[in-house]
Design a protein around this ligand. Sequence first.
Ligand SMILES: [Zn+2]
Length: 295
Amino acid sequence: MEYINNCPICLNNCEPFLVTKDHFLTQETFTIVKCLQCGFLFTNPRPAAEELQKYYQSDDYISHSNIRKGILPVLYQRIRKYTLKRKYRLLEKYQKPGNLLDVGCGTGEFLALGKQRGWNVTGIEPSTQAREQAVSNFKLEVGDESLLDHLPSGHFNMITLWHVLEHVPLLNERMQTLHRLLHDDGLLVIALPNSGSWDARHYHSAWAAYDLPRHLYHFTPVTSKHLLEKHRFTVLTQKPMVFDSFYIGLLSEPYRTGKKNLPLAFYTGLYSNLWAFFHQKNYSSFILLSKKEKS
Ligand SMILES: [Zn+2]
């Protein structure tokens, strides 16, 4: 295990916030701490880099195929297809197709659609299995994380991280790399689960998006903006991901009660979105669109 002495964002001291477990895989207990200065939540202590791999040893984790096989498979596929298109419709309002880097591209569905829409796409994916699927299914160019150090500076018009930054051990170093790779007029897109959402408070230690110890950080819109500003990015806008609250509800209900409960998961998902609409846009998940700070 690795202990982190200071807040990764503002370097101040922290206090314990929540003790809960890896509901998904190992059932081991972990602690989340909170920065006394900026309120940032992070898993501490956490498995060292070489130990982290074992917490991803599940086929379900790569593709979330547990949902695909079990609950409402057709609906899940439809929503996935719709949300992929919706992402491009949003992003292309801010950036015309050019060079796109998707960090943590998984099995490549987002990049495959980008290719169809005229983007020149590159993927980064640490899982060998997911990487092989992305290459064989969609003929994509996908490398492991070591490729990040070899890509040319300022090359990418858009860099996307869909629920990825919360998994990255060297957070500040990764932010520096993203700053180096992004074109001066490029768009950085970061999607994250929101520990300040209603469903996070409601499910508390059973909230599936704490996903310990795979999620090393538990961002809110406020703390993620601090991190972006620290690394010389300016946030243009914040957008909700309205389907995530339902998905998180489906996963969290069994962690809370031991049973699946589709109607209740749906209700909490809906309530979370309504609450967010009236409370500072604290949706279950959010997307931040940023540009490099002008020097
Ligand atoms: Zn802090």
